[in-house]
Ligand binder design. Sequence first.
Ligand SMILES: Nc1ncnc2c1ncn2[C@@H]1O[C@H](COP(=O)(O)OP(=O)(O)OP(=O)(O)O)[C@@H](O)[C@H]1O
Length: 244
Amino acid sequence: MSEAVLDVRRLQVAYAGNRALDLAALAVAPGEVVGVVGANGAGKSTLVNAIAGWSRGAPRVTGEITLAGTRVDAWATHQRVRAGLVLVPEARVAFGSMSVDENLCAAFAALAEPGRRVYARDEVYALFPRLKERRNHLGSQLSGGERQMLGIGRALMMGPRVLLLDEPSIGLAPKMVSQVLETLRSLAGTGLAILLVEQNVRAAIEVVDRLLLLERGRKVLEGPAREVGEDPRIAEAYLGATAA
Ligand SMILES: Nc1ncnc2c1ncn2[C@@H]1O[C@H](COP(=O)(O)OP(=O)(O)OP(=O)(O)O)[C@@H](O)[C@H]1O
């Protein structure tokens, strides 16, 4: 496997003194899709938010986050985005009162550098023809799946090296879930590194290379998707997720 483009070590996050995450190590290589699963409150969102440098509230975050060989953990969110560490937030539209087209045009335009593909708006439309059909619709009028496509499209226009996604399948119809996840798989085929938080374990197993199970902020299992998928602890998490 090629060298990691995202390398996370000793990442600890606490909210008001309560430890929400304590992760010894996590690495994602170019072209790799790593899935993070776990029950509600396991620390999945906390993990991707801490890597992106974004948070609700004011958690205390310590640890090393290295992007393409450069430490970024002391950087502000926008600096990490400029460097290619881009979070697609959970089912939200950037600008609800702007059209799809305007939302895409408002994406910060990254400089092309080796290891980064900066998508043009029309390339996003080629990837998601549905968004092109809806180009003049307001962000607030989009369905859950269309919002997710718009979020991914905006992220691609920022020239990501690493794409972080927080539950892209949430609220989507099963067909749309597989469409979005398959698109992520094909993006990884172009060399993009993807870290994907997913409650839909069954769908995630279909597209990820490696799966990591978090419990109470700690990694309790990590391995190739198929192997880990057979572990009873994953089945429990999966059943927990479907019962919710
Ligand atoms: N802003 C915050 N302030 C205080 N505690 C928080 C905050 N955000 C998360 N937590 C706590 O940190 C822990 C991890 O939460 P997190 O949202 O990361 O879990 P999750 O695995 O993403 O859960 P879910 O699947 O429900 O989204 C939980 O105990 C949660 O209550």
